[in-house]
Design a protein around this ligand. Structure first.
Ligand code: GH3
Ligand code: MG
Ligand code: MG
Length: 369
């Protein structure tokens, strides 16, 4: 109810004289009044203009006041209508009738013949309650919107505006459970920009920030609507690909890697090129038992990509992965792979003599796109 306009009251009575009498009284008190002389007319009038309050006669032919109240109450309950206080006017001053009226959806009642002072007091108190309730609802809505906004902020990376690590972990948890329940595959692609520190060192931190933002958008642009793309850490990004088997995820990651390699990043003052390395893992896989193992598998594959030359896609438990693990004296067979952090290596762009890139398998389109 807006403060500026007059409260709107619908008076329903099958005796037109009664309607007119109440109209005159209420209009004199500053209310705007509509009249209806039967139940159907009352319901039609509510459809035309929702009143702030209804004064409803009980005894009417065809659709009586009880039925009107019941129908309106049902529509209020399913939010088709806002809350409208209904005051029953009844000649039947028995407890049963009052109880029935209140049960049907009336908030108050007044007995005929009507005492106008009493009527006015009841109308004004119900309108006051309705106003308080509307204000409360508005505040509730505002608070809930603010809460949604806060939650959104708490799940978004401030710099790149993609999901942050917390959000990714929440999503992975949900998506993992979903994939287990429905026996659907799920894949992770862990991406890390190669030699990103050099960007900061050579072009400044702001250029680094610009590259991160553009990089995030590039990944997002390549992902499907149902995929999740987020910043897992500094210059490390994670993609969660539901319904995707390992082969398909490797193909996808390879496409991403090529895209990044071919992309020219822009920062204030110039442009630069960069490459990225990816680790890919998926479930179902005999060595991936839970979501932590899946995350670790993609991370381990990423580190192998770094150690074996960067600008590469490495598939967890694939030939390159296992060869490297063996050369390191590690065996991934127990699912507890240990990989040292990458040492010094060649720069961001593909170095001459770097190991050949993983040939991504083209088999198997990404399932359930
Ligand atoms: P590698 O190829 O092994 O991944 O080398 P790298 O230089 O990319 O990795 P390293 O971990 O040595 O350095 C990461 C750098 O990312 C260091 C850090 O200052 C920078 N960084 C992390 N977060 C941000 C950020 O928000 N903005 C900028 N500009 N730099 C960031
Ligand atoms: Mg890096
Ligand atoms: Mg890193």
């Amino acid at each position: 109810m807006e403060r500026s306009r007059k409260p709107h009251i619908l008076v329903v009575d099958d005796h037109e004289d009664n309607v007119e009498l109440l109209r005159a009284r209420l209009e004199a008190r500053g209310y705007e009044v509509e009249g209806a002389v039967d139940g159907q007319a009352a319901l039609d009038q509510v459809d035309k203009q929702v009143p702030d309050l209804i004064l409803l006669d009980v005894m009417m032919p065809k659709i009586d006041g009880m039925e009107v109240a019941r129908r309106l109450k049902a529509r209020m309950a399913n939010k088709e209508l806002p809350f409208i206080p209904i005051i029953m006017q009844t000649a039947l001053d028995t407890t049963e009738h009052k109880v029935e009226g209140l049960g049907a959806g009336a908030i108050d009642y007044i007995t005929k013949p009507i005492n106008f002072a009493e009527l006015e007091a009841r109308v004004s108190s119900q309108l006051h309650l309705k106003k308080l309730q509307s204000e409360l609802e508005a505040r509730d809505k505002e608070l809930s919107e603010l809460n949604d906004k806060l939650r959104q902020i708490s799940l978004t990376d401030g710099l790149t505006q993609v999901e942050n690590r917390r959000s990714l972990e929440e999503r992975l948890h949900d998506m993992w459970s979903h994939s287990v329940r429905l026996h659907e595959p799920i894949a992770l692609v862990m991406c890390d920009i190669d030699k990103f520190k050099n960007v900061n060192d050579q072009y400044g931190h702001q250029a680094g920030d610009a590259v991160l933002k553009e990089f995030a958008q590039l990944l997002k642009g390549e992902a499907r609507e149902i995929d999740r793309v987020g910043r897992y850490g500094g210059e490390e990004f994670l993609l969660i690909l539901p319904g995707t088997v390992l082969d398909a995820a490797v193909t996808f990651a390879e496409r991403l890697r090529e895209k990044v390699e071919g992309h020219t990043f822009t920062y204030t003052g110039g442009t630069l090129k960069r490459t990225m390395s990816c680790g890919v893992a998926a479930s179902p896989h005999p060595k991936v038992k839970d979501q932590e193992a899946l995350l670790k598998a993609s991370d381990d594959a990423l580190y192998v990509a770094k150690e074996t030359g960067r600008n590469r896609v490495i598939r967890f438990d694939g030939a390159d992965f296992n060869a490297h693990m063996q050369s390191k004296g590690n065996d991934s067979a127990d699912g507890q792979t240990k990989v040292s952090t990458p040492g010094t290596n060649t720069g961001g762009t593909a170095a001459p003599g770097a190991p050949p890139k993983v040939k991504a398998s083209a088999e198997g389109p990404r399932a359930s796109a």
